[in-house]
Design a protein around this ligand. Structure first.
Ligand SMILES: [Fe+2]
Length: 295
């Protein structure tokens, strides 16, 4: 197991600056403007958790995975060499941009960039949520989870499990198929959904420590007429109570509370025929816009 947690996610968007309002006012995150074209969003004492870079279209740029140490990063590099998978060592400039001590970057089988790093910059007691709330659930569980659409599910499954050591949590077969993976007690840090000819970021989930924080974010969406993608509901597998809102960068944020955690000693993989115990009615008329045609 090389990956300890999801450390950061980077996206591109023509509307990056809208995150200066959307991030704090809807989600409670702390925005930091970096130069003319990047908005960093903070969720805890990590330097940043989301990076929205100015770009000509909405798309995912990278996902950053914490491997825990320089030794583990070297071990991962050896694993990649054994498997004949090419990677790039992060430059000093890239490490400074990501606020990490070291990283290497790999393309997954669908061509999305994953960065593996150690030494994320932490600033103790520096996070102040932008509106009254408890806190984001992060720490050893990382920033949350990402769900990626892929044109080649089996190849990606092999990459994340056999090469990187992610473990399957469960599978859902419904209007869309979903395979869920964990790398720490969070039920899933990654899920994959097959979409022919399409790849990209479907949604990012962030978890809050109090159900009232979900209600407060929901109220903000209602009072500003920000359309939801999916209504409030509880998922069958991680038991999370959440809703989905389309962000200014095209992908959805799942804003949730109350997920169970996974203990590998006793965990068994299950399959489900529906995504939710109740709720999560699809409202959005279009799929998340951070998806792109695969090569
Ligand atoms: Fe999710």
């Amino acid at each position: 197991m090389f990956v300890k947690s999801l450390g950061y996610v980077g996206v591109a968007s023509p509307d990056a600056k809208q995150w200066l309002e959307f991030g704090p006012e809807i989600l409670g995150m702390q925005p930091v403007e970096a130069g003319a074209d990047t908005v960093f969003l903070r969720m805890d004492d990590a330097d940043h958790r989301l990076a929205v870079h100015y770009g000509d279209r909405n798309r995912m740029l990278y996902a950053g995975w914490d491997v825990g140490s320089e030794e583990q990063l070297h071990a991962l590099a050896e694993r990649l060499e054994e498997r004949g998978i090419s990677y790039n060592q992060g430059t000093d400039e890239e490490c400074a941009d990501r606020a990490v001590l070291g990283l290497l970057a790999v393309q997954d089988p669908m061509g999305l960039r994953h960065e593996f790093f150690y030494g994320q910059k932490l600033v103790p007691n520096s996070f102040h949520p932008a509106r009254p709330m408890s806190r984001f659930v992060t720490g050893s569980q990382g920033l949350g989870h990402i769900v990626l659409a892929t044109p080649n599910l089996k190849q990606c499954d092999q990459f994340f499990r056999d090469v990187l050591g992610f473990r399957k949590s469960d599978e859902i077969y419904t209007f869309m198929d979903l395979w869920f993976y964990h790398c720490n007690p969070r039920h899933h840090s990654l899920a994959l959904t097959p979409m022919p000819g399409v790849r990209g970021l479907h949604h990012v989930m962030v978890e809050v420590a109090d159900l009232d924080d979900v209600g407060a974010a929901y109220d903000e969406c209602m009072s500003r007429n920000i359309p939801l993608s999916m209504t409030l509901g509880r998922h069958v597998n991680d038991r999370m109570v959440s809703f989905y809102v389309r962000t200014p960068a095209g992908f959805d944020i799942e804003y949730g509370w109350g997920a169970i955690t996974v203990d590998d000693e006793v965990w068994t993989v299950a399959q489900y025929d529906r995504p939710s115990v109740w709720g999560h009615r699809m409202v959005a008329e279009t799929p998340p816009g951070a998806l792109e045609m695969s090569d």
